[in-house]
Design a protein around this ligand. Structure first.
Ligand code: HEM
Length: 451
């Protein structure tokens, strides 16, 4: 996006319904995905709304989304838009680090999710899934959102911090993680430093978690000849340009940031995949047939075995179209921008909505229909319309990990069990009460052993 020249530029149209003092905050809080769709329907490609004084411009449609996703941090800053994460990830970590250090930290984070580690992670995940279903018996009923939240916390912790930590994982760790999560509610995006019990609990949890992780770091440094193959090992060996290692604070921050990026995005998608499989039996049958053929001769769930499962992949992609866990992506405008003759001034926030984009009937005809066979990212136009993992320089670093994990879970489940809904199909809805989309609770499914 070029910077604004001196010529006369238009201003983005404003969304109706603003209230004194709070702007559109109230309507946003009720259901932000629907609110963003209203903004787009009313104003078109650019729509300006007001979040308690923070003017925000929603950019909709493939062209505007491409511009948003490709623009570099120095003009559209993620750091300034995601300041709420600073007390959670830690001072000096990612969005609070100077640009050079942030770049290195992100590179080290990406390294931890690289191809070589993925083989090790695939083994861990297959084992975790096997342990999870071990006591299911022949049939039963479970809340699959709760189940997947627990399962993916275990897999994330195991892949990030190693087997010892995972197996010693205490209730204390879960409580600390929970307090950190609560510290990222919508109010934190207005001011993350308000005097609030919620934020005090967040800060205490951050401190204690660092003590726990520092203890593992010290233990590992004392046994430096052992190879772990997990993310912590990559974080501990990464260096800045001058050769210095990351501090315990920075390593703790990277662990938390990776956990936050990967945990609820994965659990919500897994839960929605289970629901859509049960709700669309004719499409599910095609996936089951594919898996039965692939694993017929007792093939193990290795990384290699998981590489290409096209029907299951198409099914998951359609789940991500209808239920993209990260609904809203944001940046702060650092330098005025001229978007095709419209001025978006420095200081404003810009946003895109994956949810709205994926429900645009122009690109996805009959958008509410679940159809794994529809075109999604395979044309140049759809490439910037289908954006569950974002795009451009900050496209999801855990994309391959997330898909591998989902394929591992459903390959294991569907070759052993069949599933059906417990409640009426329409009662399973998107829940927008947190920043990451998930199915509404309860999310009950019945399972039965296949013969
Ligand atoms: C279905 C699951 C997932 C979805 C839909 C998803 C989606 C996204 C999206 C949309 C972004 C871009 C955010 C932006 O531009 O502001 C992103 C970034 C990121 N994701 Fe994911 N994610 C998923 C799973 C994961 C997992 C499992 C991990 C790690 C284990 C992960 C790690 C990351 C990281 C590190 C970034 C930041 C990349 C950067 O700043 O350069 N994600 N993700």
């Amino acid at each position: 996006m070029p910077e604004s020249a001196a010529r006369e530029l238009k201003r983005p149209p404003k969304v109706s319904g603003e209230k004194p003092g709070i702007g559109h905050m109230e309507e946003f809080d009720v259901n932000f995905a629907r609110f963003l769709m209203r903004c787009n329907a009313e104003c078109g490609e650019l729509a300006e709304y007001n979040m308690a004084g923070q003017q925000t411009v929603l950019m909709s449609g493939p062209r505007a989304q491409e511009a948003f996703l490709k623009t570099l941090d120095k003009q559209l800053s993620r750091a300034a838009a995601y300041q709420a994460t600073v007390p959670v990830f830690g001072k000096g970590v990612i969005f609070d680090a100077p640009p050079d250090r942030m770049k290195t930290q992100l590179k080290i984070q990406v390294d931890a999710l690289r191809y070589q580690n993925m083989k090790h992670y695939a083994t861990i995940i297959a084992q975790e899934v096997q342990d999870w279903v071990a006591d299911w018996g022949d049939e039963g009923e479970l809340d699959f959102l709760d189940e997947f939240i627990r399962l993916t916390l275990h897999t994330a912790c195991h892949c990030l911090l190693g087997s010892d930590f995972r197996h010693r994982m205490t209730e204390e760790f879960k409580a600390l993680y929970h307090d950190l999560e609560k510290g990222l509610q919508a109010i934190a995006f207005v001011d993350p430093y308000l005097q609030q019990p919620l934020f005090e609990a967040r800060d205490n949890a951050r401190m204690r978690l660092q003590e726990l992780i520092s203890a593992i770091i010290a233990e590992r440094r004392a046994n430096s000849d052992v190879e772990y193959g997990d993310a912590l090992e990559t974080f501990m060996s990464g260096t800045y340009k001058d050769g210095s290692l990351l501090s315990d604070n920075e390593i703790t921050g990277l662990v938390i940031a990776t956990m936050f990026a990967g945990h609820h995005t994965s659990s919500g998608t897994a839960a929605w995949t289970a629901v859509e499989l049960a709700r669309n039996p004719e499409h599910a049958a095609v996936v089951v047939e594919e898996l039965d053929a692939l694993f017929a001769d007792g093939l193990a769930l290795t990384f290699e075995a998981l590489r290409e499962i096209p029907r299951l992949e198409a099914f998951i992609e359609e789940v991500l179209r209808l239920h993209p866990p990260l609904v809203l992506l944001m940046r702060r405008v650092i330098e005025d921008i001229d978007y095709e003759g419209t001025l978006i001034e420095a200081g404003k926030t810009v946003a895109i909505s994956t949810y709205g984009s994926h429900r645009n009937a122009e690109h996805f005809p009959d958008p509410e229909r679940f159809d794994p066979d529809r075109p999604r990212a395979n044309t140049p136009e759809l490439m910037w319309a289908y954006i569950p993992f974002g795009g451009g320089p900050h496209k999801c670093a855990g994309n391959a990990f997330a898909l591998m994990q989902l394929k591992s879970i459903f390959a294991a489940l569907l070759t052993q069990y069949e599933f059906e809904l417990v409640d009426p199909p329409e009662s399973y809805q998107d829940d927008f009460s947190a920043m990451v989309l998930k199915p509404s609770s309860p999310c009950r499914l019945r399972y039965k052993k296949r013969h």
